[in-house]
Design a protein around this ligand. Structure first.
Ligand SMILES: Cc1cc2nc3c(=O)[nH]c(=O)nc-3n(C[C@H](O)[C@H](O)[C@H](O)COP(=O)(O)OP(=O)(O)OC[C@H]3O[C@@H](n4cnc5c(N)ncnc54)[C@H](O)[C@@H]3O)c2cc1C
Length: 550
């Protein structure tokens, strides 16, 4: 018997945002209603409620100008709750991607697992990270593309965006995926239980949740990370936005300063700029996305400036002051003292592991310089039987790394350190437009390791797909070992670069040579064909190749 229903209600009488908010408020007040997301444009509300709540109750809760004229229900599952005193083969601390991967692996191995979670189920990625950012970035792109394209005769006029509606649609997607990919998933594994509360270690290495002991054979720590602010004078006493609050705004700011020119700062900066906000980006290091190949940072800054984003790299932020509506940031820009003013201030200077207040060091679990949990090649911490996975173990902080780590940590915990954690090939993407995608080493990094590195750089203007799409921003750079012809790195700045990088990652992982990539059939008029062309560029002048680059 399901203990929850997910209702789709057809609601008549709604004509505006205010109606949608009123309906949501009324539905959320009904005892047993857990979530309500309404879109007046579609005349629909999506409601998750305990099984005892029927449509009559929901209908009675609505103000009389709104009527439920149709409904359908799908069963939504509540996670199984742990019983008082229950013990587990594996206790997972943290209900995000790493924690879920760990619990599922435990269940697949026939073990029982308890997931302790203090915050919203699903953690960062689904609630305040990947999902909300990527859907709003696409919404902003759709708006931007309406007027910014290079096709003759295509005339589209973009109206002022309804930001609140875009945010509501984002919230619906987040709620839907949280239910499907987290709550329903726990419910589908009978040996996995949820324990809501905050966990901490006792000095003897056992775990308590809100003061109550929980018994477990092994532990996987997966408490994630939180936004971290660089030590900038004035920031401490200032109310600013982190990515979490920026993604929850319902009013579009007219002006915004983003401190931090890496993935999160730039993705959000461009998203707001494309919706109409005047954005200034301040980056302390000499280039944007400083961990990437040098040409990428320079190229990306130029493309962002083309979209009227003010980009300052290599600056020293001297002081921050103000409050919502009136912020002031003073910075040194290559010898000149400057000031930026804006309605909102976003600080995106990195994330740090959630390790405070967990009693880790007292329990013999060592932390690194940035507060991350130190792990060995099996992801075991300095306390035997306690493993760590995901953002809590430090860089690289990506959700697919967290999921891989959670799975591996659980298996090692339960089966006895059978797998080694391997981060030798980690593709990464920054979802700007053009996007940044890379894997492996840059040429200088390869040379530092004694590799006889050679480089090929192909401007997108040589890629037929880019020509047909009339968007030739960016380039593909490949790095190979001259002695073996093996690919050692790929660095791409291009629209949809993230869709291209996996081929390069596979080549590096499985030792495919660049001449083999150059010889492979790649479908004509795809961005992926650019990789073949870039591979050919090691030996040939692509300007002298005909169609399909044979
Ligand atoms: C804006 C943004 C965009 C991003 N975009 C991408 C992207 O496009 N692609 C990508 O790969 N990655 C992206 N990331 C990174 C990705 O979201 C994280 O790497 C990933 O979610 C980390 O998962 P995790 O399980 O380690 O931690 P989390 O998902 O943070 O889970 C940790 C959980 O532990 C809980 N917890 C903490 N302390 C305790 C405690 N004491 N007791 C019990 N529970 C506790 C927390 O409440 C939380 O639910 C993005 C991040 C941000 C912020």
């Amino acid at each position: 018997m399901p203990d929850r229903n997910e209702w789709t209600l057809e609601v008549a009488g709604m004509t505006c945002d205010h109606c949608a908010r009123t309906v949501d408020q009324a539905l959320r007040r009904v005892p047993g209603v857990l979530e309500s997301a309404t879109r007046w444009e579609e005349g629909r509300s999506r409601v998750v409620a305990e099984a005892a709540v029927g449509t009559d109750t929901l209908a009675a809760a609505l103000p009389k100008q709104y009527r439920i004229v149709g409904h359908r229900a799908a069963h939504a599952h509540a996670p199984r709750r742990a019983r008082e005193g229950e013990s587990f083969d594996l206790l997972v601390i943290g209900g995000g991607s790493a924690g879920f991967a760990a619990a599922i692996r435990a269940a697949d191995l026939g073990a029982t697992a308890g997931i302790v979670n203090a915050g919203t189920l699903g953690g960062t990625c689904v609630n305040v990270g990947c999902v909300p950012s990527k859907t709003l970035i696409r919404a902003a792109e759709a708006h931007h593309r309406a007027e910014h394209h290079a096709f003759a005769g295509i005339r589209v006029r973009a109206e002022r965006p309804d930001f609140a509606a875009a945010v509501r649609q984002k919230d619906e997607l987040v709620a839907e995926l949280r239910q499907q990919k987290y709550a329903d998933v726990i419910a589908a594994y009978p040996t996995v239980s949820l324990i809501e509360g905050s966990a901490r270690f006792r000095p003897d290495g056992t775990v308590e949740v809100d003061g109550r002991p929980v018994r477990a054979g092994k532990v996987v720590l997966a408490t994630g990370a939180s936004p971290w602010a660089a030590p900038i004078p004035g920031l401490d006493g200032t109310l600013y936005l982190t990515s979490t609050e920026a993604l929850a705004l319902t009013d579009l700011p007219t002006t915004l300063i983003a401190i931090g020119g890496s993935a999160v700062g730039l993705e959000l900066a461009q998203m707001f700029a494309r919706l109409g906000t005047k954005v200034t980006v301040l980056e302390a290091l000499p280039r944007l996305v400083s961990a990437e190949d040098a040409d990428i940072g320079e190229g990306l800054a130029a493309y962002l400036r083309d979209e009227s984003i003010e980009v300052h790299a290599g600056v020293a932020v001297r002081r921050v002051s103000g409050k919502p509506g009136e912020y002031r940031v003073e910075f040194d820009d290559h010898g000149a003292r400057r000031t930026a003013e804006a309605e909102q201030l976003l600080v995106a200077t990195g994330r740090r592991a959630n390790t405070k207040g967990l009693g880790l060091e007292e329990a013999g679990i060592r932390l690194g310089k940035k507060g991350e949990v130190v792990v060995d090649e099996h992801l075991e911490t300095t306390r035997k039987g306690v493993y760590a996975a995901g953002d809590v173990a430090g860089e690289p902080m990506f959700v697919y790394v967290a999921a891989y780590a959670g799975n591996l940590a659980a298996e090692n915990a339960l089966e006895g350190n059978v797998r080694k954690y391997d981060l030798s090939v980690v593709p990464r993407v920054t979802f700007t437009d053009p996007a940044v995608a890379s894997v492996g080493l840059t040429a200088p990094q390869a040379r530092e390791r004694g590799v006889a590195a050679i480089e090929s750089k192909l401007p997108l203007s040589y890629v037929p797909r880019a020509l047909a799409a009339r968007d030739t921003r960016g380039f593909i750079k490949l790095v190979a070992d001259e002695k073996t012809n093996l690919l050692v790195g790929a660095h791409i700045l291009a629209p949809e670069a993230g869709e291209m990088i996996q081929e390069a990652a596979m080549a590096i992982r499985f030792g495919i040579r660049v001449d083999e990539i150059a010889a492979m059939l790649h479908p004509y008029l795809t961005h992926a064909e650019g990789l073949k062309l870039a591979a050919q560029t090691f030996k040939k002048d692509v300007a002298r190749l005909s169609c399909c680059a044979a």
